[in-house]
Design a protein around this ligand. Sequence first.
Ligand SMILES: Cc1cc2nc3c(=O)[nH]c(=O)nc-3n(C[C@H](O)[C@H](O)[C@H](O)COP(=O)(O)OP(=O)(O)OC[C@H]3O[C@@H](n4cnc5c(N)ncnc54)[C@H](O)[C@@H]3O)c2cc1C
Ligand SMILES: C[S@@+](CC[C@H](N)C(=O)[O-])C[C@H]1O[C@@H](n2cnc3c(N)ncnc32)[C@H](O)[C@@H]1O
Length: 674
Amino acid sequence: MTTIDHADLHWDEHGQPLSSQFDDVYFSRASGLAESQHVFIQHNHLAERFAKLKDGDTFVIGETGFGTGLNFLSAWQCFLTHAPAAARLQFISVEKYPLQRNDLEQALALWPELSELREQLLHQYIAIHSGFQHMQLANGRISLTLLIGDALEMLQQLDGKVDAWFLDGFAPAKNPDMWNAQVFAQLARLAHSSTTLATFTSAGFVRRGLLAAGFAVERVAGFGHKREMLAGRFQPANTAVDTSKKTAPWFARPEQPQLAAEQRHAIVIGAGIAGCASAASLAARGWRVTLIEQHEHIAQEASGNAQGILYLKLSAHATALSRFILSGFGYTRRALEARSTQQPGNHSTATLDKSDWDICGILQLGFNHKEQKRLDALSTHFPESLLRAVDAQHASQLAGVALDHGGVFYPETGWVNPPALCQVLSQHPLITVKNSQQAISLTRDNEQWQVHAENTQIATAPVVVLCNAANVAQFSQTQHLPLSRVRGQTTQLPATAASQSIKTVVCANGYISPARHDTHTIGASFNFADNSQDATLAEHRSNLALLHELAPSFKLHLATDAIDVATLKGHAAFRCTSIDYLPLVGPVAQHDAFIQTYADLRKDARLPLTQPCPWYEGLYVNTAHGSRGLLSAPLAGELLAAWICAEPLPLPLELAQHCHPNRFAVRALMRNHS
Ligand SMILES: Cc1cc2nc3c(=O)[nH]c(=O)nc-3n(C[C@H](O)[C@H](O)[C@H](O)COP(=O)(O)OP(=O)(O)OC[C@H]3O[C@@H](n4cnc5c(N)ncnc54)[C@H](O)[C@@H]3O)c2cc1C
Ligand SMILES: C[S@@+](CC[C@H](N)C(=O)[O-])C[C@H]1O[C@@H](n2cnc3c(N)ncnc32)[C@H](O)[C@@H]1O
């Protein structure tokens, strides 16, 4: 299910929001903030627990019912007051009916004392679609993962441990979907022996249900006119929930070495968007990062285009790739917003310039019957805020140029200059960029990886992340990964007086973007045969042909007949792809030992094997972003950091497994192919 219903609100005479769907209040009419502090903050003992955190620790709060975000802001405020500066808060909240942004703004305006945090949240409360929607606040010190969908369905997909639960669905009697044994079992599955829980309700069936799930809950004094509420702690020995179902060992989390804060140092190889995003995500978690790049400057290869399109190639069939793209798009969109303004307490001075990105919208044309059918299916599966069907006339108005076809319009997206994005991501006091260093091999000694150039050692650290696109397969440890390269080229076309009218990205088989610095980008060729690094005239010509296919009017607007192709500039590079088109993000196993350990899968693919996976300790990969790296690599950086830092994953476990580097080896064994 990819469409979502927003909260249907009405407001009482005091300006308090009420849910029309549930006929209930979002928070106490007396004082929502004081209630939040009493019920959730105090009864989870957050002030004391935050104060005990050490630098580099992450505290995880889980909530059922994000609503207006008041509890989130109240926990964030408490965290700012009590936690050490280098500790982090990860807030994960389920929400089936997200508030529209203007409703959220109006509801939170009731608390002027939270106005600074509210502004930061509102700034990021964009592109909220179904599935996991992850975002960073306060320069990555606070992260928020909204699980947009039904509580049970969403919690079942979450992988990680929660330190404190806020149970805040509407009144249990009015909302049984949120308060039942199956949901309580998920709270228990995601708990550990110190996990606490608090909720405003004292309903008997909730108390009994939580007790059965293993939470020692008691009735304590409630807030305001409510006599009682429930608070408690998880007691694993008391749970009647079957928590024995384990992840397959090849997808399980590798045991993490206990590194003191000052020992957290990672080497990231390759400074394209995947490497810069991985470095940024680790640095936000207090890791020192050495970012190694073979060229004199970062972002020279696939991430070196002048304008990268933030194009969502979605499917109406909710495929793994399509769900990943929807989460990745939301994350990139919010990251662009966050990186474009100087935020309070920002460590880095780097921000994106206005000319580095534009949310100008993208028009996808239904250029033949089959494509139009595909687009029709998309427009029935996704909300209008994400994409909507347009006819040729409307499309022409949106694009500012006559088009022969309609299609779908994506209003929330546009383009970015990838090198500028890489630049801001990699500028952090904890990231050191080492340019002009080509990593040739890796060795491990004394619990440290050594990264070698031809004759020298470039760097050493306990963790290495390989982000060097298809060159990942050049290292002996990762040569088994099935990566391939596809050459592509973009072409820069000088803007004309007429082409200034082009207002959106227009794409079909090729695309054109509105001008940046008086130049349009058109593209992009796919060439499986050519291995050269240089832009070629033949591919400039094929890009022009793609442009002409979009609509004859582009020929006139850009005066392409008068262009001497030999004078055109462009950028050629290689996309790195995997055989299933999903990226590879996660820990790396020792391939030969892996095949031996799980050889029995060849005989029976369903054998419940439990032997631990023979990991390479501290070795990770983030690559194969294909032709959509701008939407996938930034979120992949967060996913990778969650693997490394043992945090809850910012994507459903099933999607993380679809991106797992071990998926190919295990599939091959199960099909008896290796
Ligand atoms: C022509 C073209 C057009 C594209 N258009 C779009 C688009 O519109 N939208 C979109 O989302 N995506 C687009 N893509 C895809 C997108 O650019 C990629 O998915 C993305 O840039 C991949 O990022 P990366 O960091 O994995 O790889 P890269 O950007 O290639 O980065 C890998 C880095 O590793 C370095 N490296 C390699 N080996 C070593 C080594 N041994 N030691 C040190 N450094 C090393 C390289 O120099 C490079 O800087 C396009 C790609 C191409 C080629
Ligand atoms: C009382 S409100 C939460 C208030 C919120 N914590 C705050 O700080 O504003 C309950 C929320 O639960 C959401 N909700 C209700 N049923 C749900 C379900 N089955 N799955 C997920 N969310 C649900 C509602 O849409 C609503 O936003």
